[in-house]
Design a protein around this ligand. Sequence first.
Ligand SMILES: Cc1cc2nc3c(=O)[nH]c(=O)nc-3n(C[C@H](O)[C@H](O)[C@H](O)COP(=O)(O)OP(=O)(O)OC[C@H]3O[C@@H](n4cnc5c(N)ncnc54)[C@H](O)[C@@H]3O)c2cc1C
Length: 550
Amino acid sequence: MFTYRYRELALPLDKKGEVRFALAKTLRIHPEEIFNLEVERFSLDSRRKGDLRWSYNVVFDLKRKVRATGNNARGLIESKREIRSLEAEPGCNTVPMPSHVNIIGAGPSGLWAALHLLRKGFSVDIYEQGKQVEERFRDIRKFFVDRKFNAFSNVLFGEGGAGAFSDGKLNTRSRNLFSETVLKDMVEFGVDESVVTFAKPHIGTDRLVLMLRQIRAEIVRLGGKIHFSTCLEDIEIKDGRICTIKLREISAYAGMTSANTEIAESHWKPCEALVLAVGHSAREIYQLLHARGVQLESKAFAMGVRVEHPQSLINMRQLGNVDTKLTGSAEYFLATPTLNKTSSAYSFCMCPGGVLVPCASEPGTLATNGMSYSRRNGAFANGAIAVPITAGAEGFDIPSSGSLFGGLDLQRKIESDAFNVGGKAYAAPAQTIKSFLAHREDKSLPKSTYPCGLVQSNLWDWMDKTICQSLAEGFQNFDRKIPGFINEGLIVAPETRTSSPLRITRNNETLESVNTKGLFVLGEGAGYAGGIVTSAADGVRLAHYARRCK
Ligand SMILES: Cc1cc2nc3c(=O)[nH]c(=O)nc-3n(C[C@H](O)[C@H](O)[C@H](O)COP(=O)(O)OP(=O)(O)OC[C@H]3O[C@@H](n4cnc5c(N)ncnc54)[C@H](O)[C@@H]3O)c2cc1C
């Protein structure tokens, strides 16, 4: 057998997946001459508007040699199949770990750490302050109607973490065996197998929720224990090593804020290995770790606003006049340097056909984000337009500027100002991009998907001026790339949770805190990952390194 790869095999939009016939036609051979055909990656090639194609990279075997001749065979190369396995990756079984592990947080990083530790024979308890995803869904729906905030069960907290009520984009900047393992696990839990090979995989909230139920069942089947409505309150460190943790159960009644939620007595539990997978909205945990002497450092992050546009505008500008049932709704990726090139504005976490959601994690604050369903067929597109913020929010107008908690304080200030400007009932401050650029409040606002109402507001009156200035420059640039971006755009503010303002400093070969033995820190909260797949891959990595020591 001879193994070949073919790069950028072009298929018409209505022939998605029909790779064998297209390849045979291109190579001028019979389809049955092709053996072991595998798609390595495919994407929508939209470089030529009006002539969009699917583009496939494939590997296959032939019994005879073929020659790359003429235009039709320009993507053909003789090749070898790579056999890669997680076990062969560096670091496997190198970090001694007690046989019982406590994991805090059932977001992507906590769930995947649990799954892979259990598969290696560890025993695992997961503690999650929020509820099972089905109950969480009901709490979120209820909140959109009655606006009574539940500090433990919301868009950010509960089974599946911040990733559960999201756009469900599964792309990652760093494709490696850990992230590939996550995507293959997802397929095992019922997700369409194309997520492994598609360049921009997406599953949407509806499919994420179904997948989470399967993961839960598998964790339980492997002997893992998941304790919902149970919160980590404190930790005890002796001689530089974690030794006990304090847990508190939150009653099923679950009141509306942490202040009036009915909570049971807390209890201390011995703990030799603690995995913190708490996400970057667990702000009390950062404060607790700092108070207990765990090393943290401030890091650069980003903040800005959400913008919403008619999806039809984005489709037309990005794809031209095509049937989006074949291509899916269009996305955008925009970036530009601003403020004499010292700063920049860029789009982030764009949700085609999606909806806006309020996603505060503390009472009296407001932040926005975007989510979508698997079909992404809503009438609006939303995306974050973010501006980089320096570590510790150095140079920003807050008393703690430049200190460890400066970034977190800046997030809180903007979120609490937004809550007040919005009328203290989770309506979000909003402004058309046109009025924003003219520094004036709108008389009326266009339609939006934001579920708790909008309030007209001139963002320059209360949002940080440096952020506003960078956004304004960004919008001018984006309008040149997508004409209509300004005239048809609505800003809904603020977007403060793009990434973590802090890092729990860890050893990158063991994922253990640099100054606290037995404390392993994962995912977005640790400040080393961002996004569903990269956070989950951090969990796979931890289990990959771990070696049972007793
Ligand atoms: C609305 C929205 C849309 C998003 N869309 C996407 C997307 O499309 N694609 C993408 O890749 N990423 C998306 N993200 C980001 C992604 O969700 C996160 O990067 C990812 O969930 C981080 O995973 P994690 O496990 O590190 O933390 P999290 O998902 O934040 O999970 C942490 C969990 O820990 C729990 N916890 C915290 N403190 C405690 C405590 N003291 N005791 C017990 N439990 C605790 C929390 O309740 C939470 O459930 C989105 C985020 C949001 C908010």
